[in-house]
Design a protein around this ligand. Structure first.
Ligand SMILES: Cc1ncc(C[n+]2csc(CCOP(=O)(O)OP(=O)(O)O)c2C)c(N)n1
Length: 678
């Protein structure tokens, strides 16, 4: 634990009224918490993470910012919520899990945000908050606004990879972000000497090439004055800044977990440095307050708490409404501001009757064209990815984009997948759209948490949309081994809140990419690497959408229906062409989440025999899900059991012989024969 110095206050040019206001802002969360601890003991709330002893940081930081600057608080930062004037009645509804709370009963304690108050809700994983601040700061930077964003972490959180990635991206991109470490001595029961080896956490700033300072986090005037100055610095110099606030957690990690592991003398020492008591004493010496005034303020607050709690307790019981629950998982397209009317293509046949100018194009060129036209349509669309700028991306999809759209909108990123996904979400908070290119779909594992827990859940949790498309160059058949060949779409299909699209033709690739970018929700866009240059087809020159959630009937047949997507479509088409004696029906799903159940039912109805074909491995692949749905809903239409043809349940091997054996294509013929002979 760092040395505990005595507390001296410096009011600088703060007026008496300002100081009195600071005092009230500091006292308010303390008194709320004291009341919550009573209610907890009475069993009237279920869990409490205490910030007692740390209030000066949250309150001082919030006071130092403008009201429309985003803050990313954590579980000990009640002072952020109260200083942004959130009514206690509504906060209390939130803590009870009431429908009228900030998250409609869907989130606990401090895991919620609110756009109106510019507070971004945390997820339990702590570190992911930090990179969201990068994205917000990037939005300010792009708009040349004189604003910062501010994110909190605990000492424990600094050990997470997310801390490193967020600070690194902020430094490399010169983003005006204030990162605040609340060093309170413990991460749950883990003391700081088991958490890190540097002398002070602020020393880490140097490693990222940013400035940093360590301050007394219990001194509200130090916190306020430092952050105010740092804010000016960040705006003027367009740089991030790291502030380590020394403080102490005066209670357990959460109320049920106790404090046995903390030496009692530490409590005695830090009790002397209590942020409220010390400030109160200082204000008394400054004659801003006296015993009577303090008593009056405390009494007013006591009454206010009772009044607010009476409102807060007066909630309706939560009524679960399935329709409402499902509806809130996704943002509705009407949230897209200023979206122009877009030509939608339901089915490729439509192009034969349309005024479109059609050219034959390779898949890769169609994707590139869709992206380019989207950049022209949306001046607020930002592209991010490794090597996507001058180099044009690993597959050259963005070749020439820098020349046309500039480096601000076509951004090379450090190898920080998690932070870039987080930054994409931050951009979304500020009304930007973004597309992130995963260099290979395999690398999504290192950005997984942000996608699954932040992007996918945020709209359901507190109504904020994540207007982000992640392009996923995917698939095998290219001799690239286990880490450049995987089919990992099924990981995302089981995550409510995401949309998953997977085109197999150039026309669909362009139209689905445009639709994904227009969609206000997070969309995982899979593009098969082996199809980039091997597949060509007609593509309208125009700006058009292929509707997300609509399958494509590729080929009419009456003996067997192959339901597939991606490379499977081409395997099935090739097989059908080589076997004209079999009447094969083919359905290309195009979107895997949400599935087009109507089209699936029609495919079952056409032949009564269904083969689900995918390049993904068998167990846990989407084929199993669709087979279950068909069994439950279309049993009466079947003449044979639903069968699956998938890749082997092994990693993707490197040698061509092994890979050919691995891929589902190797077993397509025998699967079809087996199903036909049933
Ligand atoms: C990724 C992840 N690992 C573990 C946890 C469990 N956990 C919750 S809070 C916490 C300690 C955090 O310590 P610190 O960052 O210092 O913040 P403090 O609680 O002290 O404010 C831990 C381990 C978690 N929430 N997320």
């Amino acid at each position: 634990m760092a040395e505990i110095r005595s507390m001296t206050f410096d009011r600088k040019d703060l007026s008496n009224d300002q100081l009195a206001d600071f005092y009230k802002k500091l006292l308010w969360p303390r008194m709320i918490e004291e009341k919550m601890l009573v209610l907890l003991r009475q069993g009237r709330i279920s869990k409490w993470f205490s910030g007692i002893g740390q209030e000066a940081i949250a309150v001082g930081a919030t006071l130092a910012l403008q009201e429309d600057e985003w803050i990313m608080p954590l579980h000990r930062n009640l002072g952020v919520f109260t200083t942004r004037n959130m009514p206690l009645s509504k906060l209390f509804m939130q803590w009870q899990g009431a429908q009228e709370g900030y998250s409609k009963g869907r989130e606990r304690s401090f895991h919620f945000g609110n756009k109106e108050h510019h507070i971004c809700g945390m997820i339990s994983h702590l570190g992911p908050q930090l990179a969201i601040a990068d994205g917000v700061a990037l939005a300010h930077k792009l708009r040349r606004e004189k604003k910062v964003s501010l994110a909190f972490t605990g000492d424990g959180g600094t050990s997470e990879g997310d801390f490193h990635e967020a600070l690194n991206v902020a430094a490399v991109w010169d983003l005006p972000v204030i990162f605040i470490i609340e060093n309170n001595g413990y991460g749950l029961s883990t003391p700081v000497n088991e958490q890190y080896r540097c002398i002070s956490l602020v020393d880490k700033a140097k490693g990222y090439g940013m400035e940093g300072v360590q301050i007394d986090g219990n001194n509200i005037l130090s916190v306020y004055d430092t952050i105010k100055g740092v804010r000016d610095y960040c705006i003027k110099n367009q740089k991030p800044y790291l502030i380590e606030c020394l403080t102490f957690r005066m209670r357990g990690h959460e109320e049920a977990s106790g404090t046995k592991y903390v030496p009692p003398e530490l409590f005695r020492l830090w009790e002397m440095k209590d942020p409220v008591k010390n400030f109160e004493e200082y204000l008394t010496t400054q004659k801003v307050l006296d015993a009577e005034k303090i008593e009056t303020i405390r009494n007013e607050f006591k009454e206010k708490i009772e009044r607010e709690l009476a409102i807060g307790f007066d909630t309706r019981p939560v009524v679960a409404d399935i329709e409402q629950e499902l509806e809130d998982v996704y943002a509705s397209p009407s949230m897209v501001i200023g979206q122009s009317l877009i030509q939608k293509i339901d089915h490729p046949d439509i192009i034969h009757h349309s005024p479109f100018t059609i050219h034959e194009k390779r898949m890769i060129d169609a994707i590139s064209e869709g992206l380019r036209q989207s950049m022209q349509q949306h001046s607020n669309l930002i592209l991010m990815g490794q090597d996507i700028a001058e180099y044009g991306g690993a597959f050259k999809i963005t070749e020439g984009f820098v020349q046309d759209f500039g480096k601000e909108r076509v951004r090379n990123t450090p190898l920080c997948e998690s932070a870039i996904v987080g930054a994409a979400l931050g951009l979304s908070l500020e009304g930007y759209k973004s597309m992130m290119e995963m260099q290979f779909a395999d690398f999504v594992t290192v950005g997984f948490n942000q996608i699954i827990n932040n992007l996918a859940k945020i709209h359901y949790r507190w109504g904020q949309n994540a207007d982000v498309v992640i392009r996923m160059p995917t698939g095998g058949g290219v001799g690239a081994g286990p880490f450049h060949s995987q089919s990992n779409e099924a990981w995302f299909v089981k995550t409510p809140g995401l949309k998953v699209v997977y085109p197999s033709t150039p026309m669909d690739a362009k139209g689905l990419l445009i639709a994904a970018i227009n969609d206000p929700n997070p969309v995982m866009y899979f593009e098969h690497k082996a199809l980039y240059r091997s597949v060509t087809g007609p593509v309208p020159e125009d700006y058009y959408e292929i509707e997300i959630g609509k399958a494509r009937h590729v080929r009419e047949g009456d003996e067997i229906s192959i339901i597939t997507y991606g490379s499977g479509v081409h395997w099935a088409e090739d097989y059908a062409a080589e076997h004209p004696e079999i009447s094969i029906d083919i359905l290309d799903l195009r979107t895997l989440l949400p599935l087009d159940y109507l089209a699936i039912r029609e495919a079952v109805q056409r032949t009564g025999r269904v083969l689900l074909l995918h390049e993904d491995t068998l167990i846990g692949g989407i084929g199993g899900e669709i087979a279950a749905w068909i069994a439950e809903n279309c049993f009466h239409l079947l003449d044979a059991p639903v069968m699956r043809c998938a890749s082997l349940d092994t990693p993707v091997p490197f040698s061509i012989e092994l890979e050919n054996n691995f891929l589902a294509k190797a077993r397509l013929g025998e699967s079809i024969e087996k199903l036909l002979s049933y």
